[in-house]
Write a protein that binds this ligand. Sequence first.
Ligand code: ADP
Ligand code: S3P
Ligand code: MG
Length: 190
Amino acid sequence: MGTGRDPVGAPDFTPQQPIVMIGPMAVGKSVIGAELARVLGLEFIDSDHKIVAKHGAIPRIFAGRGEHHFRQLEAKAIADVLDSPSPKAVVLSLGGGAVLDSGTQQLLARTTVVFLRAELDTVRERITRNTGRPLLSADPVAAWERLAAVRGPVYARLANITLDVANSNVPQLVERLIRLLAAESREENS
Ligand SMILES: Nc1ncnc2c1ncn2[C@@H]1O[C@H](COP(=O)(O)OP(=O)(O)O)[C@@H](O)[C@H]1O
Ligand SMILES: O=C(O)C1=C[C@@H](OP(=O)(O)O)[C@@H](O)[C@H](O)C1
Ligand SMILES: [Mg+2]
């Protein structure tokens, strides 16, 4: 068995390009991306973590400089990882709104894009506590539904792989995702 591939019976899969997690807030992009990277033995990068490390907490950025400024920091954090002739095979988790940037959309063309899809019921409990997401601060359920509906077609259009995250824990989702990634990479190479 190869090192770093611990789900029982998981296919031996070595990604050749970045794997990028997209989808609405609280579907699990950050935790599933981190676990996927750990299992595959890849570097994990989260665009929000990069922004926070350099510029401080997201609610403070929104309050002090506005959403537009946050989007500029976000596009830059993502370009730093992906804007290269042959970007490194890492796992990159984006914030839910990052895919609205046209430059980011173009950079995703050279990556494998994983859309984590969920209905409101799966995330309801996760978004109704205070989670530090400024766009969910007023009426989290209504705001989540509205943003998920508006952004849904963009996620679907950009996705190479769509994974429904309902009713499964993180290790189960990662195991399923590795099978999908391996199948996708076999198709690409055939
Ligand atoms: N499949 C899952 N089962 C249980 N809890 C989950 C699952 N996926 C994510 N979570 C939890 O939901 C919350 C949001 O996950 P997170 O990865 O931050 O989402 P995102 O990055 O998409 O906003 C976290 O507390 C995380 O531990
Ligand atoms: O959907 C959005 O616009 C946002 C999602 C957040 O990331 P997660 O999707 O990881 O929660 C974070 O980038 C910010 O609060 C804005
Ligand atoms: Mg996240």
